[in-house]
Design a protein around this ligand. Structure first.
Ligand SMILES: C[S@@+](CC[C@H](N)C(=O)[O-])C[C@H]1O[C@@H](n2cnc3c(N)ncnc32)[C@H](O)[C@@H]1O
Length: 185
């Protein structure tokens, strides 16, 4: 599953960890972009849905992987007066050395379909056990990383106009065979 983020120290429950930084673009522009691997949909209740694309400009937040039993929650926040953003908070106390991860949401995994299986390895993994066929690593090796494209859902109810199970992570548009060469890091 490529790069990941681990904490070097213990983190108490409810602590702010980091923001998801990236280019703030409209959903329409996000849909035009070829690689949506680092594209996080920000759905504030007020205003149109937009996207933070961390592909070219980003921070450590873009290396956070998905877990079916996440230790982080991603919450929409407003920076300053009106700039929408995403902030990650610890959902529980986290031990030093643990990988930090959040739930990408149902929409992300539905978009991946059977081509992908979750590699979070948590006992409650929802996207691996029932699936046959290649894992995400197998698929990536065969076809290149199709990318997140979509963003994760907000794990907390009430922040999204969509259902709490919807995903802020958008699906990457299908790429041509020639452009699918980038391997997972
Ligand atoms: C925002 S990036 C996260 C950082 C990524 N691992 C990297 O190396 O840049 C999202 C991508 O990470 C991979 N990924 C994240 N969580 C995963 C999981 N639980 N199982 C399989 N692949 C995962 C998928 O390739 C996904 O499109």
């Amino acid at each position: 599953k490529g790069w990941a983020v681990r904490t070097m120290q213990e983190v108490p429950r409810g602590a702010f960890l980091c923001q998801y930084f990236g280019e703030l673009i409209s959903s329409a522009e996000a849909a035009q972009r070829e690689d949506a691997a680092y594209s996080f949909v920000v759905d504030m209740q007020a205003g149109p849905e937009c996207c933070l694309d961390g592909r070219f400009y980003g921070s450590v937040g873009r290396f956070l992987n998905h877990s079916c039993q996440p230790n982080l929650v991603a919450l929409p926040v407003v920076v300053g007066h009106e700039i929408p953003g995403i902030a990650f908070f610890s959902a529980r106390a986290i031990q030093a050395g643990e990988e930090l991860a959040f739930d990408y949401g149902e929409r992300f995994w539905e978009a991946k379909g059977r081509r992908w299986a979750c590699l979070c390895k948590s006992p409650g993994c929802r996207y691996r056990p029932s699936r046959e066929g290649p894992t995400a690593d197998d698929a990536a090796a065969a076809a290149g990383d199709p990318g997140l494209g979509t963003s994760t859902s907000y794990p907390l109810r009430g922040f999204s106009r969509k259902s709490a199970r919807s995903s802020p992570l958008k699906t990457a548009p299908r790429r041509s065979a020639r452009s699918r060469r980038r391997p997972l890091r």
